[in-house]
Design a protein around this ligand. Structure first.
Ligand code: PMP
Length: 401
């Protein structure tokens, strides 16, 4: 017998498990709309030209070595990252009030933030939107932060439950942490309007809540990096202390490089220094220091004018293709006369459509039509192609009739 006989089998991951099932399916028309990864019009993974260019420059640069980075990562990468989300002219940035560390993508940024909060902000719970990216519910308790939820999505309208959201934030104890998706809410694709963000800001201020922005899709929502940072900048420019978790997985296509950043925007530069020192204390026993390759790519894209301009166009290209797939799927459903209203496919923002398909319908999509998606009815629009939109629409049509 094994020492580990008593270890129970864990369930498959609700998102990554879908990819495993997809791989095992031998059907030629199969589609994987589970994982949120960009695909080209040919259905292939994409390495951006700007990333290729940065990597070529790195290979040619004989001054680069493979020494350890510091605990907080590549300092220039960190500076460029906070400027990307906040704007280079942001007062908090200029005044040295933003502490940034490199992280293992967005997940790693959230994990460091959680443990920091579990240590220095004891007793406060984090309020997550309902629904939210599933991993949020595990990351925070692992860092020592209790999880609660606030109303977000209204299935009846397939839109934002703005009143419910405001009521729940108002009812949260002062000092509570409130997790906000910076743009392109996952899984619903429903974002507050500019006016609604201003209202949320008022409540957060009045109730002295601590906002934590999860920014995994900057540029992916609208195709414009600055526009997708507007909510974060609104809060920071109002003088609030906020926490920001950034990921370059989607907007630079650097999924497997695991590159992201965690920033604390705080009231003064002295506090920023102390916070930075404690972020290092969280990181050091966890993984010592982060890997250098992804950070060097991002650094070369954000600091080189030519690479940066090329990247901006590529981000817009990805966002535009996703938006065009919304139109393609919507009009294919119209043509089929599929029962129900499908306008939410056009209205939702970012990588995902929250289709409204129920669990039985999702099972039909997968079992009968080989369309793989998460059980909550979410599909990645980035996995749809013009050639497959018709097939997908027919599968949805069959599943709802
Ligand atoms: N937050 C949200 C809302 C996400 O959708 C994702 C990616 N699925 C992440 C964080 C983090 O992803 P990664 O660790 O790959 O950057």
């Amino acid at each position: 017998g094994s020492i580990w006989n008593g270890v129970p089998q864990a369930p498959p991951d609700p998102i990554l498990g879908v990819s495993e099932a997809f791989k095992a399916d031998k059907d030629g028309s199969k589609m994987n709309l589970g994982v949120g990864a960009y695909r080209t019009e040919e259905g292939k993974p994409l390495v951006l030209n700007s990333v290729r260019a940065a990597e070529r420059q790195m290979v040619a640069d004989m001054s680069l070595n493979k020494e350890y980075l510091g605990i907080g990562g590549n300092p220039n990468f960190c500076k460029l990252s906070r400027e990307l989300i906040l704007g280079a002219d942001c007062a908090a940035v200029r005044e040295g009030r933003v502490s940034t560390v490199q992280s293992l993508s967005g997940t790693g940024a959230l994990r460091i933030a959680a443990e920091f909060l579990g240590t220095f902000y004891k007793g406060a719970a984090v309020y997550l939107p309902n629904p939210t990216w599933g991993n949020h519910k595990k990351i925070f308790p692992n860092g020592g932060v209790a999880v609660k939820s606030y109303r977000y999505y209204n299935p009846a309208t397939r839109g934002l439950d703005f009143q419910g959201l405001c009521e729940d934030l108002c009812a949260a104890p002062a000092g509570s942490i409130i997790l906000l998706h910076a743009c392109a809410h996952n899984p619903t694709g429903v974002d507050p309007t500019h006016e609604q963000w201003a209202e949320i800001l008022k409540v957060v201020k009045a109730k002295q809540l601590l906002p934590l922005f999860d920014s995994a899709y900057q540029g992916f929502a609208s195709g414009d990096l600055d526009r997708d940072a507007q909510a974060v900048r609104m809060f920071v420019n109002a003088g609030l202390e906020v926490i920001i978790c950034q990921s370059y997985a989607k907007n630079m296509g650097l999924y497997g490089e695991r590159i992201g950043a965690l920033s604390f925007v705080v009231a003064d530069a002295g506090v920023a220094k102390k916070v930075y020192s404690q972020m290092q204390q969280v990181i050091r026993p966890m993984y010592s220091n982060p890997p250098m390759h992804g950070a060097a790519i991002v650094e070369r894209i954000l600091s080189n004018k030519e690479n940066y301009e090329a990247w901006k166009l590529e981000v817009k290209g990805m966002a535009d293709r996703i938006i065009s797939m919304r139109t393609a799927l919507h009009s294919a459903l119209q043509k089929l006369g599929t029962p129900g209203n499908w306008d939410h496919i056009l209205n939702q923002i970012g990588m995902f459509t929250f289709t409204g398909l129920n669990s039985a319908q999702v099972t039909n999509m997968t079992k009968k039509h080989h369309v793989y998606m998460t059980q909550d009815g979410r599909i990645s629009m980035a996995g749809v192609t013009a050639a497959k939109a018709q097939y997908l629409a027919a599968a949805i049509d069959d599943s709802v009739r």
